[in-house]
Ligand binder design. Structure first.
Ligand code: CP
Ligand code: NVA
Length: 337
């Protein structure tokens, strides 16, 4: 039996370095098959449920297109479409979905829910983002870095901004597993939780990765190969914007900050959506209230040739496809450990 078959993908620490590398390399392979129009229907005849309690562009599209490319049928179940959360319990929903679908994607607030879906449904469950972790994002991010630099070990990634959210926590722990040096550059009140720092240090001791948590921007970005940022208030905490703006403006990725890396090969990543101009209703609202047109990243950096966020976004498709193919597909993958 294939090593990954039947497994869920709930959080990065459930996977070893070798397993994560296998998924990243499988994604690169599936990307090249798609580019050459070579069919790869490893999930023919399967049905997968896509549960979304929060909105999504990339994750929903990536699961949908990946499922179709693999020959499976994806069914979108938004939070207004199904009984779960209003008329029906998590357990009952999980049992019903598990009896019909071959796998379930879940995006929502609580990590507990995605873990319970996995233990109750009896089918593989994939975490499409919770308040705690964003594991499928990590595969796309580290694939993008590997495509650009040719390798992962020894790369230094500096993440700036809200260092306590799902993306920051996932980057810290995943980088530590993979042997990537991670700097979280954030004000003290928005630095990773003690639990996550502890986990990352344990993983870094094994991989040789160097972890730095600092509120000092100059120190934090010096020598970085990758600059990474995310929104200053995540889904569900938009009421925090007012206080975050003042706190996080020194951590904005702008031209001056890029120069502070002293690295002319540096690249910039962002998981998206990004707040870099006034072209959205939420941005217009912020502009009207605070006079700001840019938050975590300036428009000039967002549009610079060294910014690779759209390659990163496309890679969500190939990496999510790798997770589906490995855990549910008719494809043999040996134990990489
Ligand atoms: N990066 C990401 O998860 O994007 P969506 O919220 O659009 O899925
Ligand atoms: N930290 C962000 C990531 C969005 C993909 C959020 O949770 O809203």
């Amino acid at each position: 039996n294939s090593h990954f078959q039947g497994k869920s993908f709930l959080k990065e620490i459930d996977y070893t370095k070798a397993e994560l590398e296998t998924l990243i390399d499988l994604a690169a392979h599936l990307k090249s098959l798609k580019q050459q129009n070579i069919p790869h229907q490893y999930l023919a005849g399967k049905n997968i449920a896509l549960l979304f309690e929060k909105t999504s562009t990339r994750t929903r599209s990536a699961f949908t297109v990946a499922a179709n490319d693999l020959g499976a049928h994806p069914e979108f179940l938004g939070h207004n479409d199904i009984q779960f959360g209003k008329k029906e319990s998590l357990q009952d929903t999980a049992k019903v979905l598990g009896s019909m679908y071959d796998g379930i994607e879940y995006r929502g607030f609580s990590q507990k829910i995605v873990e319970e879906l996995a233990s109750t449904s009896g089918v593989p469950v994939w975490n499409g983002l919770t308040d705690e972790w964003h594991p499928t994002q990590m595969l796309a991010d580290f694939l993008t870095i590997k495509e650009h630099f040719g390798h992962l070990s020894g790369i230094t990634l500096a993440y700036l901004g809200d260092g306590r959210n799902n993306v920051a926590h996932s980057l810290l722990v995943t980088g530590a597993i993979l042997g990537v040096n991670v700097h979280i550059v954030a004000p003290k009140s928005l630095q990773p939780t003690d639990d996550v720092q502890h986990l990352a240090k344990q993983k870094a001791a094994v991989s040789g990765s160097k972890i730095t948590i600092t509120d000092d921007v100059d120190l934090g970005v010096s020598g970085a190969d990758v600059l990474y940022t995310d929104v200053w208030a995540s889904m569900g905490e938009e009421d925090q914007f007012a206080q975050r703006i003042e706190l996080l403006l020194p951590y904005q990725i702008n031209h001056e900050l890029v120069v502070k890396t002293h690295n002319d090969q540096v690249i910039v990543l962002h998981d998206l959506p990004a707040f870099h101009d006034v072209q959205t209703t939420m941005a217009q609202d912020i502009y009207d209230k605070y006079g700001l047109t840019e938050m975590e990243i300036t428009d000039d950096v967002f549009n610079a040739p060294y910014a690779h966020q759209f390659q990163q976004a496309e890679n969500r498709l190939h990496t999510i496809k790798a997770v589906l193919a490995a855990t549910l597909g008719n494809l043999y993958l040996p134990n990489p450990n």
